[in-house]
Ligand binder design. Structure first.
Ligand SMILES: Nc1ncnc2c1ncn2[C@@H]1O[C@H](COP(=O)(O)OP(=O)(O)O)[C@@H](O)[C@H]1O
Ligand SMILES: [Mg+2]
Length: 342
């Protein structure tokens, strides 16, 4: 097993870090622990939450809301950003509406833009597209200002679509740019006043817009598929469903050439804790069940496991609790967990 701290030492250029996994497995906790550790090592770190539900504020026990970057009180070098989904969606909607209106006007199509806008913004992936766009924004605008950017993404399906979208967007934009060029060259050919039209083509706001968008996605894609700069960490519990989600997730992510940093196994009942609670039948049963899933994890994900986190007696809340989780996550001595499998 290559431990998390070893992996990070071997990837000093790592800048974009993501956590993924089923809902409730500890993605936000893992993202916070990673970010905190980076900051404590003296690296300027931004943790950005792209979840519909606010989570960083409650985890760090301070108000980090509002969609702006804020320093985390009590930790040097650590900054947080809690992206407000409804805000992002509203802005994105307005942005798309503007584009559609401009397009219709520029193409001299005299129709009401509203139905077109409605179609564009009511597809089921719209919120995800909006969040993805926001993530792209953060990566491009803040990427150079931090040593590490840790992204806490939403549930599994969201995150995978988020990634898939970058590929689809790329293809879609390419097509849009080509058809825009075709339309414009047709206009030039049909016109008697060629020079005048050529001038117009060069100033085409649609084409300029599309090219800018395409460049943005290319830049992000380049970062996302670079294993020196990007790593996805998948979080699981020693339970069937979260394990299969992670296994499936890893396959999909690999298909998109996105580098897998590894798997973090969370919520492990420690052997010494189980020992102490001999009379607790529930805990004993859970402990037995977990041993079985630890073996499955070992079989299916063995090489990718980077660290284990114990199940704490209370949920993780407040800076001290996050500090504790970070210390456990980065403790290279994982024998307490590995011994459960043998
Ligand atoms: N190792 C742990 N021990 C105790 N509670 C935990 C542990 N990991 C996570 N939790 C708690 O479980 C809940 C879900 O964790 P969270 O990180 O928000 O999951 P996700 O972001 O994947 O939905 C939170 O209340 C968190 O405090
Ligand atoms: Mg979360």
């Amino acid at each position: 097993m290559e431990h998390l701290s070893r992996f990070l030492e071997a990837h000093p250029e790592l800048r974009y870090i993501f956590t993924g996994g089923k809902g409730g497995v500890g993605k936000t906790v893992a993202a916070a622990a990673l970010a905190l550790q980076f900051a404590q090592q003296g690296q300027r770190t931004l943790i950005a939450s792209l979840n519909p539900v606010h989570s960083l504020s409650s985890l760090f026990d301070q108000d980090l809301s509002g969609g702006k970057i804020r320093p985390v009180a009590g930790v040097e070098n650590l900054y947080a950003m809690e992206v407000d989904a409804s805000d992002v969606v509203a802005r994105y909607r307005e942005n798309i509406a503007q584009r559609v209106r401009e397009f219709l006007r520029y193409a001299d199509i005299p129709v009401d833009a509203r139905p077109f806008v409605d179609i564009a913004v009511t597809n089921p992936a719209f919120e995800e597209s909006a969040m993805f766009d926001k993530m792209v924004d953060v990566m491009l605008s803040e990427g150079e200002h931090y040593d590490k950017l840790v992204f806490d993404t939403a549930a599994v399906a969201n995150a995978i679509r988020l990634i898939g979208l970058s590929k689809i967007y790329g293809l879609w934009l390419q097509r849009m740019i080509e058809s825009r060029k075709e339309a414009l060259s047709l206009r030039v050919q049909l016109s008697f006043r060629r020079e005048k039209v050529m001038e117009e083509v060069q100033k085409d706001p649609m084409l300029a817009d599309l090219i800018a968008m395409d460049e943005r996605f290319k830049a992000v894609k380049e970062r996302l598929v670079d294993p020196q700069r990007t790593a996805f960490f998948f979080v699981t519990l020693p339970l069937m469903l979260p394990i299969s989600v992670v296994t499936r997730f890893i396959e999909q992510v690999k298909a998109y050439d996105i580098p897998v940093g590894g798997v973090l196994v969370n919520g492990i009942i420690r052997g010494d804790e189980a020992e102490k609670a001999q009379g607790d039948e529930y805990l004993q049963n859970k402990f037995q069940e977990q041993a079985q899933y630890m073996r499955i994890i070992q079989e299916q994900l063995g090489d990718l496991v980077r660290a284990h986190l114990p199940l704490y007696p209370k949920e993780i809340q407040g800076l001290e609790a996050v500090r504790r989780a970070a210390a456990d996550l980065f403790n290279p001595d994982q024998e307490w967990a590995l011994s459960l499998v043998s």
